[in-house]
Design a protein around this ligand. Sequence first.
Ligand code: COA
Length: 270
Amino acid sequence: MTVVVETTQIFKDNLFKGKVLFCSGGGSGICRSMTEAMVNHGAKAVIFSRSKDKLEKAAREMCLKTGGEVFAIAGDVRNPADIERAIKVTIEKYGQLDFLINGAAGNFLSSFNDLSYNAFRTVIEIDLLGTFNLTKAAVEHLKKSKGAIINVSATLHYTGTPFQQHAGAAKAAIDALTKHWAVELGPHGVRVNGIAPGPIASTVGMEKLGPAFDTKGVPLQRMGEVQDIAQSTVFLFSEGASYITGVVLVVDGKHLIKIKHTHTPIHISY
Ligand code: COA
């Protein structure tokens, strides 16, 4: 699914002029909106994910829409060789790397019973190892530019959402990396924060994971929009957040998940 964000310019247009962003998963969904917002504010962007055709189409569309520069590199975050090549190409092309978004993720609903060994490992590898691999390959360039990282996680593990143990475990560990890296990279001038999106409308994740979503469970009485995540991204990468690191910004309208254990299967009401 293509999520096209209508970016309201809350921040200065040229906030990120001369800066370079690398975003895994930037060709679709929430990460596409994050990328587009950064390009709308003057950054050049590299988007990275597995499907070359989809990625190149997304890059073309974003360039047309923003008048900015978006470059697509296909590869798998699970494969360190792909990642190292992508970072090398980015540096050859733009000479620097200022911002990194770890957004690539895979997910599906599965009960503990149905979740195979390989299924659990696959999600951990894409989400968690992918985040580690990309940051490992990019970190020296981020130190050089005194840049910043945003790790995209989720709110699944706060309550223990049913059928989501694989993604929840990966995202909990990603939140941990955010804090570890903030401590270790802070002295090098690199800030590391997370964004944990709650229920965001019109995304693949939400369509698959919450078809019967009821906004009554959200104190702010609406689903989130990709725009909400995009604006949070611009803020966290901006100078306005220059003393903020190691924080996971929860963008969920204070969504409260209710789980009713009656008989099997578990009833989830959102
Ligand atoms: N329910 C249970 N298990 C599933 C599953 C589902 N819906 N989808 C995949 N799996 C299992 C597979 O059966 C396989 O396990 P097995 O070998 O024991 O059978 C394992 O996960 C790996 O699946 P595979 O499709 O071979 O891996 P992949 O690396 O090609 O893709 C995903 C993994 C997660 C990316 C894939 O499920 C997918 O394309 N998901 C949709 C896109 C997506 O997740 N977008 C993000 C939304 S938040």
